[in-house]
Ligand binder design. Structure first.
Ligand code: 3PG
Length: 398
């Protein structure tokens, strides 16, 4: 069901679950507002129909009670700027403030309620506790729209339980995300997947599934050192998950059996400390000195990765190639982004998934429209590509 199936929304109170979980710096400023921007079209669509929009969302992982550093107030302010209209803010989620703010909404108005995760019921594993919180949320509205694609992998009150209590529909962002990600499950070939980020252990399921679907897997980021170690190389002081080496050996063997090309870097930018002003140099990937750590893929590898990406018809990228937030280690991530931009221009379907990669491409000066799609999902897009059933999508189909 989509918003169109909800009928006439004029005067209706719409509870809208968005994913507004944005990164903040130490002073509480939003460092990447991509998710707030992505929430705007659905909100506008609802207000244009005369709905009274009640946005609910989480920020960070507070422990089920109010914690000012995770307040959604700055996000509500940013949303107001992007919408070009005032946005009311309730200082609680289901208490007096929320009820008062909702009662004051006129047709076409928007309110944001305080962080869902200030309430234990939101993430509780206890069905009754979660259900009781979902009852309170549902009592605020007439219908529910699920638009927080980034949280559809969470079986939480505002994602699943509330959808069982109100007439419901998927919002436009969820529709778009599912539409694009589903195209990755029947890719035009060659299909290349670029994986980076710190840990192999965060990506086990997705690697297993992609070994069945992709033609090429390009591996960079912190996780690459576990792959290099699995090939018997020394990785010095680089990030290493020793307990995953056997699993990775299994992946390398499986890739060979299936004819999947796993491409590892041949050179690495290594430094003597995790710092922008540390001494750094390009070394061979099989000869990282014992007192150094790898912080980016090297220039030869960046060129080889770029060539593979440019010759692909479908590309999915998750995870930076190095410690891109420090200039000396950003070149690998930048080269991959440039190659995706070229592939997009040549007609390939290119999808950037995951909060870190999305933030990386924007921080490095790229624009969303240079790629087919920048997913707002981190864990959600990976679990989708793992082929898992996502509870927040399943409940919309029931
Ligand atoms: C995300 O950042 O991936 C989503 O907002 C979900 O957040 P969570 O991992 O804290 O549940």
């Amino acid at each position: 069901r989509t918003i169109a199936d909800l009928g006439d929304l004029r005067g209706k109170k719409v509870l809208l679950r968005s994913d507004l979980n944005v990164p903040l710096d130490k002073s509480g400023n939003i460092t990447d507002d991509g998710r707030v921007r992505a929430s705007v079209p659905t909100i506008k669509r609802l207000t244009e129909q005369g709905a009274r929009v009640i946005v609910v969302a989480h920020l960070g992982r507070p422990k089920g009670e109010p914690d000012p550093q995770y307040s959604l107030r700055p996000v509500a302010e940013r949303l107001s700027q992007l919408l070009g209209q005032p946005v009311a803010f309730a200082t609680d989620t289901v208490g007096d403030s929320a009820h008062e703010v909702v009662a004051g909404l006129q047709d076409g108005d928007v309110a944001v309620l305080e962080n869902l995760r200030f309430n234990k019921g939101e993430t509780s594993k206890d069905d009754a506790e979660r259900g009781a919180f979902a009852d309170q949320l549902a009592s605020l509205a007439d219908v529910f729209v699920s638009d927080g694609f980034g949280v559809v992998h969470r079986a939480q009150a505002s994602v699943v339980d509330v959808a069982e209590r109100l007439p419901q529909a998927a919002g436009g962002l969820v529709e778009t995300e599912v539409g694009v990600l589903s195209r990755l499950t029947r890719p035009r070939r060659p299909y290349a997947v670029v994986l980076g980020g710190a840990k192999v252990s965060d990506k086990l399921g997705v690697i297993e599934n992609l070994l069945k679907e992709a033609d090429t897997l390009l591996i960079g980021g912190g996780m690459v050192f576990t792959f290099l170690a699995a090939q018997g190389y020394e990785v010095g002081k680089s990030l290493l998950e020793a307990d995953q080496i056997d699993t990775v050996k299994g992946y390398l063997a499986e890739a060979e059996n299936r004819g999947v090309d796993i491409v590892l870097p041949t050179d690495i930018v290594a430094a003597d400390a995790f710092s922008a002003d540390a001494h750094h140099e390009v070394v061979a990937a099989d000869a990282i000195p014992a007192d150094q750590m790898g912080l980016d893929i090297g220039p030869d590898s960046a060129e080889a990765f770029g060539a593979k990406i440019r010759e692909s018809k479908t590309v999915f990228w998750n995870g930076p190639m190095g410690a891109f937030e420090m200039a000396p280690y950003a070149a690998g991530t930048k080269a991959v982004a440039e190659a995706l931009v070229d592939a997009t221009a040549a007609g390939a379907l290119t999808v950037v998934g995951g909060g870190d990669s999305a933030a990386a491409v924007r921080q490095l000066g790229f624009h969303d429209d240079q790629f087919t799609h920048i997913s707002t999902g981190g864990g959600a897009s990976l679990e989708y590509l793992e082929g898992k059933t996502l509870p927040g999508l399943a409940v919309l189909e029931d």
